[in-house]
Write a protein that binds this ligand. Structure first.
Ligand code: GLU
Length: 473
């Protein structure tokens, strides 16, 4: 059997980190088995649609290096891969289910459904549709209160619906009894439950790998497969990513739930890939730093831990720093230049500064912050650093440094260091810390910077003197 797996994000805003997490695990299995990975856009929830979100899904997954074999952007044998373009596929299924009595029209208005649910809650009964519409014609139902013109279509869940299923990660799973799920909404769009099953069947999906929040829905999906006489796929429900307080990671509470956050923060994609893999996966030898290829080589569902992994950004930072130090310096420089969106002379000086920061940063954002002083339009004086280092005592230090650098014949690191030591340490009798602290802040705008003398060389004499001057003023 050739395996076919899919990830099926809904384009409802900034892509969720869970989409990357699911893609990674789906893809690891596909690459191990040699099958196809499908990207399907589930855009049937018209109210939550967000323009631009679909493109962001493509961009962030590409950034992460997770590529799909079929999808709306590249086509494939089962196109279209956008559910809104597949409405004709769902209708005949709904017709067939209505015909066979597996599904029924429901004309209950939203107001009636709310009332019903509130009454059930008050009476401490389980909530769920009370089947007022079952077995009624439109006319019969119209005579009762809470009727709405446009019906939905619901599943008639049988008493003996199968509630347990085999999960590749969890073994035998028991799910609660489902409600009479809406399959087709009043706007003629299918719900997720219908569209997802129809598409997984039509697209030949062999393994449905998704988040644990869908466990409760799986019995409904299984019923649909069985009713339609379709072969069930295998299921694997991945653990939910959790905040450090163990709550489900959500875009509202945690910026790290947004995939674009990792791009903005300048984490290396290979670090995020490794980090997401660690969320539930471990290599046989327990090593924590590993590549996607190593994950693929050892991949097995039995190695996935179903217990909700904690999303610890400090760990990611550590990994990202590790990968930054492993990069060839030219590669790091070109990534940093691209991250900063610079070219020409600015790119050149940042490239030359890159070796000075490689050991000191864990993200491209930190690196950009450290080298930004080299670009006049990004130089900014940190007021706290200025208050600490550029008080009255600093005046003689800055003046002496200005004199020493002004007269220097060759403006290189060694000469700069020698001249400043002679002027400040020997000349003014200052301890190095007191001598160079004010210079660092005047020149770089911060108390943390790449090594000082190298920084001054990169900045050049003219700009260094201008900055000493303006600190003096
Ligand atoms: N559209 C669903 C989601 O975004 C897909 C769930 C599934 O993979 O079945 O969570």
């Amino acid at each position: 059997m050739t395996v076919r797996l899919r990830v099926a994000p809904s384009p409802t805003g900034d892509p969720h980190v869970g989409t990357a997490y699911m893609s990674l695990f789906n893809l690891a299995f596909v690459r191990r088995e040699g099958g196809a990975f499908v990207l399907r856009i589930e855009d049937t929830d018209r109210a939550r649609l967000n323009e631009g979100s679909e493109q962001q899904i493509y961009d962030t997954l590409h950034w992460l290096g997770l590529d799909w074999d079929e999808g709306p952007d590249i086509g494939g044998p089962f196109a279209p891969y956008r559910q809104s373009e597949r409405l004709e596929t769902y209708r005949p299924v709904v017709e067939a289910l209505l015909e066979s009595g597996r599904a029924y029209h429901c004309w209950c208005s939203p107001a009636r459904l709310t009332e019903m649910r509130e009454a059930q809650q008050k009476a401490k009964q389980p909530t769920g549709y009370d089947r007022l519409c079952v077995g009624k014609t439109r006319e019969e139902r119209a005579a009762l209160p809470g009727f709405s013109e446009q019906p939905v279509v619901r599943m008639l869940i049988p008493d003996d619906a199968p509630l347990s299923f085999a999960d590749l990660i969890r073994g035998e799973v028991n799910a609660p009894r489902p409600d009479d799920q809406v399959l087709m909404k009043t706007d003629g769009f299918p719900t997720y439950h219908l569209a997802n099953v129809v598409d997984d069947h039509e697209m030949g999906i062999t393994h449905v790998v998704r988040g644990e929040e869908w466990i409760a829905s799986t019995p409904k999906h299984i019923l649909l497969y069985d009713w339609m006489g379709w072969e069930r796929p295998q299921f694997a429900h991945m653990p939910l990513l959790r905040n450090t307080d163990k709550s489900k990671i959500s875009k509202r509470k945690n910026p790290a739930a947004r995939l674009t956050w990792f791009v903005e923060q300048g984490f290396l994609p290979e670090a995020l890939r490794n980090f997401l893999a660690l969320m539930g996966y471990s290599l046989p030898d327990g090593q924590e730093v590993f590549s996607f290829e190593e994950m693929v080589a050892s991949f097995d569902w039995s190695r996935v831990n179903p217990v909700g992994p904690v999303f610890d950004v400090d760990k990611l930072r550590w990994l990202s720093g590790h990968y930054i130090r492993e990069l060839p310096v030219e590669e790091l420089a070109s990534r940093l230049v691209a991250f900063m969106g610079i070219d020409g002379a600015a790119a050149d000086v940042v490239t030359r500064a890159t070796p000075l920061v490689q050991e000191r940063v864990s993200t491209l954002l930190e690196a950009a912050g450290m080298v930004g002083f080299l670009l006049d339009d990004r130089f900014a004086m940190d007021p706290e650093a200025a208050a600490k280092q550029l008080g009255h005592d600093a005046r003689p230090v800055l003046e002496a440094a200005r004199g020493a650098l002004h007269d220097l014949t060759s403006f290189d690191t060694a000469a700069i260091e020698a001249a400043l030591r002679a002027a400040l340490v020997d000349g003014l009798g200052l301890k190095p810390k007191h001598a160079f602290g004010p210079i660092r802040v005047a020149v770089t705008g911060s108390t943390v910077s790449p090594p000082l003398f190298e920084s001054i060389e990169l900045l050049g004499r003219d700009r260094t003197l201008v900055r000493l001057e303006s600190a003096l003023n």
